[in-house]
Design a binder for this molecule. Structure first.
Ligand code: NAG
Ligand code: NAG
Ligand code: NAG
Ligand code: NAG
Ligand code: NAG
Ligand code: NAG
Ligand code: NAG
Ligand code: NAG
Ligand code: NAG
Length: 546
C-alpha cells in the first residue's frame, strides 16, 4: 500500500496557487510514491529482468459489469484490455491456477513474485500455473480514454473484482492446450495490502470461482481517519527513537497550536530553514519523512531502505552531528522552553540534530525553487492533470477519496498519547487532493468496502497472513481491535513476528539464499502457505472425485 502523505489543503491560499499554476510541479507526496516504486523496482532489475522472461497478454473484459446499477451511468458496453502474465512451465494435470492480484500499481512491478516470490513457490509446490493479473486503471489496463473524474466512475473495487471473475471464467493461456477456467479448475488467489483485502473479498463474493485465497497484510477494514498507521511504529520501533520523535513533535505542536503565537512560530520554522514555507501545516508535514521510513524496511537487502534507522540515529544521537547548527543552540533552548521542555540539554542536542537532518534531507533538495514550490502540496494545477501518465497517483487517490480513506493523520491520535506526526496534520489538510483532483468534498463511502466483513471477514479456505510491525496491521483482521483468531487448515492465520508489509510475497532464488536469508520467519511463513494450499488441493481432489 502506498504511503499517503504530504497532502495539503488551505483554501485561502488556492488563489495564490492558481496564480502560480504555471508550475505544475509534482507534489512531494507524489515524488515520495515514485521513490517507493523505484525502491521496489530495484528487485526487478537485480537479476534477469522478468519482463524479458514472460510475455504480456491481454484479455478483453467488459468495462461495466453492472449494467443494472445506476451509479455507473452513463453505462458502457465496451470491452477493454486487462493485462496479465503467466508461467505454465510447472503445470501438471490437475494443478491449480495461482493468480496474484497486483492491486494499485503497474503489475509489471509484481513480476519478481512469479519469477522467485510466492507465486513461483506455490506453483512449483502444486504443479500450478502462476499468473500476475493487473487491476483496472493501472499499468496498461485502462477501460477509459483518460483518468478524468467522470471516466474514473468504473474504478470501484466491485467492478475490479468482477474483472477477475471474468478472467477466471474466460482466460485461454496461450500454448496451453487444456482449458483452465473456473469453476472446473481450482483458482487460488493471492494479494498483499489492498490486493490482500481484494482477494479476501473475491473468496467471499465469488466462492464458486475462487477455491482459496491468501490475504497478506490485507486491509479488509476501510478507515477514513487512519491515525492508527503510526501505532505499530509507536509500539515496536526503538523506544528512544519513538520518545525523541514524540517529544520533538510535541514541541512543534505546542508552538504551532498556541493561539496568537506568530513570532514563536516564525522562529521555529526559521530554525529549521523553513521560514519561507507559508503554510504551517506544510512545515509540519515536511518534518515527517524520517518516521515514514518504517514501512520501507524489508528482510531482503536488495530492496530494504535503511532510511528509518538513519533518521533514528540522527534524532537519538547524544552528540552534535552537524557542526553548522552550533550557532543555533540558544534559539533552540528558547523554542524548547516555549514548547514545554525547558532546560533539557539532551533534547537540545536531539533538536539540533533534527534540524541538521531536515536541512540535509529536505531543505537542501529545494535549491533553485521557493520553499512553497518545493514543499507545498497546494498544487491545483498538478491535480488537474488526468492523462494516463498520472496513474501513479491518480487512480489510487481516487479509490482513497471514494471508498477507502486511510488518511494518516496526527490529529486523530487520542488525547493523552503523544503522536509521531503533528496534530496539525488533519483530515481537512490531508484530503486536498480529493477536492482538487476530483471535486469530492464528502468522506469516502467506507461502507461500500466494510460490508464485506471488515475485521471479521472469514470464510473456508481464506488465509489471513500479516506482519506484527506493519503500520497497516490496524486495518487488517490481525488488528488489536479485531477478534482473536485460531489458525486452522481451512482458515489459516499467521502473524509474522517483526515483519512489516506483506513480507511473505517476496522470495529468493536458491542460489541467493544464505544461512540468514530469507530469515526463518519468512521461510516458515512461505512453507506454511505451501502446506495449507496443498491441503486445499487435496480437498479439491476429494471434492472432485465425489
Ligand atoms: C494489451 O493492451 C494494451 C492496451 O490496449 C496495448 O497497448 C498492448 O499492446 C496490448 N498487448 C498485447 C500483447 O496485445
Ligand atoms: C444488479 O445485478 C447484480 C447481479 O447481477 C445483483 O447482485 C444486484 O443486486 C443488481 N443491482 C440492482 C440495483 O438491481
Ligand atoms: C496441443 O494440441 C495439439 C493438437 O491437439 C497438439 O498437436 C500439440 O502437440 C499440443 N501441444 C501441447 C503443448 O501439448
Ligand atoms: C488573538 O488575537 C486576536 C486579535 O489579533 C484577539 O482578538 C484574540 O482575542 C486573541 N486570542 C487570544 C487567545 O489571545
Ligand atoms: C525567503 O524569501 C525571501 C524573500 O522572497 C528571500 O529573500 C530569502 O532568500 C528566502 N529565504 C530562504 C531561506 O529561502
Ligand atoms: C543521519 O541521516 C542522514 C540522512 O539520512 C544519514 O546519511 C546519516 O548517516 C545519518 N547519521 C547517522 C549517525 O546515522
Ligand atoms: C544546511 O545545508 C547546507 C548545505 O546544503 C549547509 O551549507 C548549511 O550549513 C546547513 N545548515 C545547517 C544549519 O546545518
Ligand atoms: C463540484 O461538484 C459540485 C457538486 O458536488 C458541483 O456543483 C460543481 O459544479 C463541481 N465543480 C466542478 C469544478 O466540477
Ligand atoms: C541464480 O539463479 C537464477 C535462476 O535460476 C539465475 O537466473 C541467476 O543467473 C543465478 N545467479 C547466479 C549468480 O548464478
Amino acid at each position: 500500500m502506498f504511503i499517503m502523505k504530504f497532502k495539503i489543503f488551505l483554501s485561502f491560499l488556492i488563489l495564490f496557487q492558481v496564480a502560480a499554476a504555471v508550475f505544475a510541479r509534482t507534489p512531494v507526496s507524489v515524488l515520495r510514491k515514485q521513490a517507493e516504486i523505484k525502491r521496489r523496482n530495484s528487485l526487478t532489475s537485480r537479476d534477469v529482468d522478468p519482463s524479458t522472461l514472460y510475455p504480456a497478454y491481454n484479455i478483453s473484459v467488459p468495462v461495466d459489469h453492472f449494467q443494472n446499477e445506476s451509479k455507473y451511468a452513463p453505462h458502457s458496453s465496451d470491452n477493454f484490455n486487462l493485462r496479465y502474465w503467466f508461467d505454465a512451465s510447472y503445470y501438471k494435470e490437475g494443478g491449480p491456477v495461482i493468480v496474484l492480484e497486483s492491486g494499485e500499481t503497474d503489475a509489471s512491478e509484481r513480476l519478481p513474485f512469479l519469477q522467485k516470490g510466492i507465486v513461483s513457490q506455490l506453483m512449483q509446490a502444486t504443479g500450478g500455473v502462476g499468473v500476475i493479473l493487473e487491476h483496472r486503471y493501472y499499468g496498461t489496463s485502462f477501460p477509459t480514454a483518460d483518468l478524468s473524474t467522470e471516466n474514473l466512475r468504473f474504478l470501484t473495487t466491485e467492478q475490479a473484482m468482477a474483472d477477475v471473475a471474468y478472467f477466471a471464467q474466460n482466460v485461454k493461456f496461450a500454448g496451453v492446450n487444456k482449458t483452465l477456467t473456473a469453476p472446473g479448475t481450482p483458482y487460488i488467489v493471492y494479494g498483499g495490502s489492498y490486493a490482500g483485502a481484494f482477494v479476501a473479498f473475491l473468496r467471499t463474493q465469488y466462492p464458486h470461482l475462487f477455491w482459496g485465497a491468501i490475504s497478506s497484510s490485507g486491509v479488509t477494514k476501510a478507515i477514513y481517519d487512519y491515525w492508527q498507521y503510526f501505532e505499530p511504529i509507536r509500539q515496536l520501533a526503538p523506544p528512544d527513537c519513538v520518545r525523541a520523535t514524540q517529544q520533538l513533535t510535541n514541541v512543534v505542536d505546542n508552538i504551532l497550536m498556541k493561539p496568537n503565537n506568530s513570532a514563536k512560530i516564525a522562529e521555529l520554522k526559521g530554525v529549521f530553514g523553513l521560514g519561507n514555507l507559508t503554510d504551517n501545516r506544510d512545515f509540519a508535514n515536511s518534518l515527517t519523512g524520517g518516521i515514514y521510513g518504517w514501512q520501507s524496511r524489508s528482510w531482503d537487502p536488495a530492496i530494504n531502505s535503511p532510511g528509518f534507522f538513519y533518521y533514528c540515529q540522527n534524532v537519538t544521537a547524544t552528540t552534535r552531528l552537524y557542526p553548522d547548527t552550533a550557532s543555533l543552540g540558544s534559539t533552540v533552548n528558547d523554542l524548547l522552553a516555549a514548547g514545554g521542555y525547558g532546560n533539557n540539554e539532551a533534547l537540545q542536542i536531539e533538536m539540533l540534530n533534527y534540524i541538521g537532518y531536515i536541512n540535509l534531507t529536505v531543505v537542501s533538495g529545494c535549491e533553485g525553487e521557493t520553499l512553497d514550490q518545493c514543499l507545498s502540496t497546494l498544487n491545483t494545477a498538478f491535480y488537474q492533470q488526468d492523462d494516463y501518465s498520472q496513474q501513479g497517483w491518480r487512480s489510487w487517490d481516487y479509490q482513497v477519496c471514494t471508498q477507502w480513506g486511510y488518511i494518516q493523520t496526527g490529529s486523530g491520535v487520542p488525547k493523552g498519547e503523544l503522536p509521531l506526526i503533528s496534530r496539525t496534520l488533519d483530515l481537512e489538510y490531508l484530503t486536498v487532493f480529493c477536492r482538487d483532483a476530483f471535486n469530492i468534498t464528502s468522506p469516502p463511502d467506507v461502507q461500500a468496502i466494510n460490508k464485506y466483513g471488515g475485521f471479521d471477514i472469514h470464510y473456508s479456505r481464506l488465509a489471513i497472513i500479516g506482519g506484527q510491525a506493519d503500520p497497516w496491521r490496524p486495518a487488517t483482521p490481525l488488528a488489536d481491535e479485531a477478534r482473536p483468531r485460531k489458525s486452522t487448515t481451512s482458515e489459516p492465520v499467521l502473524e509474522i513476528p517483526d515483519a512489516v508489509h506483506h513480507w511473505d510475497e517476496n522470495g529468493l532464488f536458491p542460489n541467493e539464499t544464505t544461512a540468514t536469508l530469507p530469515p526463518n520467519s519468512i521461510v516458515y511463513a512461505q512453507q506454511f502457505e505451501k502446506d495449507f494450499v496443498l491441503e486445499w488441493m487435496n480437498e479439491w481432489q476429494n471434492h472432485y472425485k465425489r
